[in-house]
Design a protein around this ligand. Structure first.
Ligand code: PLP
Length: 337
């Protein structure tokens, strides 16, 4: 199968599985798992933070960050189509009584500082208390510039807001800009990274922040059911991913560009510019998208069946797979005429 639906579909390699098999383990809820403890120290340092916490998923990591930063009736400001607001089942509001203030997202994936400023509530009994700005990098594959991030975090702090980064794909941003990841992440109060996307681990995210913040986050992790026991096997997979799968993200970015150029030769689809490991294409109708999807599936290629659909490159998509996919798509349209 060539699976272009998401970078979450990557499977652990034999070498990663071997590392998992050998991991020393203990009960992580007691703080006894040596592999988890070592990974948390390593990731905190890598991100430029004091401490880190292993959690099962990116959704839970962001939720724990919100629950730790905000109390009942507090507000967080977030992009209208950022994951933390739109795709996390309303967790902050329903589980934390935290009020979201969505803000429209600019074409480059950022939130304008003027829009943020306009939405911060005055201190007045009528309003929720604005506490947190939550950004996302990359957003739909787009890299937020360093200048923007610095300005946004400084602005948040100047207005007594904390700043959280949903850095599910922050390694893509770092590799694309040839930066150490800490240069992006250390300015935020907290950052969540995902290890089960482009990095290729089967499960796991890491929440990073100050030692006090992570101590408190550990309490919330237990409450939402994220306390895991012999989690060292997961930590070993993540450690393997960090050692072996970061720099290779550049290959995924190259493959996304190749995909953009190759698809541009097919007149029946509209192709948007690739950003890091993602690009969007559009079919003439939703029905056509389903027909294409079914046709490709019969050829062992998976894409999402949407009229405007996202294609994602990752470590299980090789350069030759790009050519196989493009040839199959061309064959579909030839068959149509
Ligand atoms: C930007 C972003 N943040 C957070 C998440 C949540 O990660 P998970 O699927 O591990 O809950 C995702 C998942 O796709 C994502 O794309």
């Amino acid at each position: 199968m060539i699976d272009l639906r998401s970078d979450t579909v990557t499977r652990p390699s034999q070498a990663m599985r071997a590392a998992m098999l050998q991991a020393p383990v203990g009960d992580d809820v007691y703080g006894d798992d040596p592999s988890v403890n070592a990974l948390q120290v390593k990731v905190a340092e890598m991100m430029g933070h004091e401490a880190a916490l292993l959690v099962p998923s990116g959704t839970q990591s962001n939720l724990i960050a919100l629950l730790t930063h905000c109390g009942r009736g507090d507000e967080y400001l977030v992009g209208q189509n950022y994951h933390t607001y739109l795709y996390e089942s309303g967790g902050a509001a329903s589980l934390g009584s935290i009020v979201p203030q969505p803000i429209s997202v600019e074409a480059d994936g950022s939130l304008s500082l003027a829009n943020i400023a306009a939405m911060i509530k005055p201190k007045d009994v009528h309003f929720a208390r604005s506490r947190l700005l939550s950004l996302e990098n990359t957003h739909l594959g787009k890299v937020l510039t360093q200048d923007y991030l610095t300005q946004a975090v400084q602005f948040a702090h100047s207005r007594q807001l904390k700043a959280h980064l949903d850095g599910a794909r922050v390694f893509n941003a770092a590799v694309a800009q040839n930066l150490a990841v800490a240069e992006i992440t250390r300015q935020f109060d907290t950052v969540s990274i995902c290890c089960s996307k482009g990095l290729g681990a089967p499960i796991g995210s890491m929440l990073c922040g100050s030692k006090d913040f992570i101590d408190e986050a550990r309490h919330w992790r237990k409450m939402v059911g994220g306390g895991m026991r012999q989690a060292g096997i997961i930590a070993a997979a993540i450690d393997f991913a960090l050692e072996n799968n970061v720099q290779r993200l550049a290959q995924d970015h190259e493959n996304a560009l190749l995909l953009q150029h190759e698809l541009a030769t097919i007149s029946e689809i509209k192709v948007e510019a690739a950003n890091t490991n993602m690009l969007y294409i559009a079919f003439a109708s939703a029905e056509l998208a389903v027909q294409v999807g079914e046709y490709l599936k019969s050829r062992e290629i998976l894409i999402s069946y949407a009229q405007r659909t996202r294609l994602v490159t990752h470590l299980d998509v090789h350069t030759e797979d790009i050519h196989v996919f493009v040839a199959a798509l061309k064959a579909f349209f030839v068959g149509q005429t």
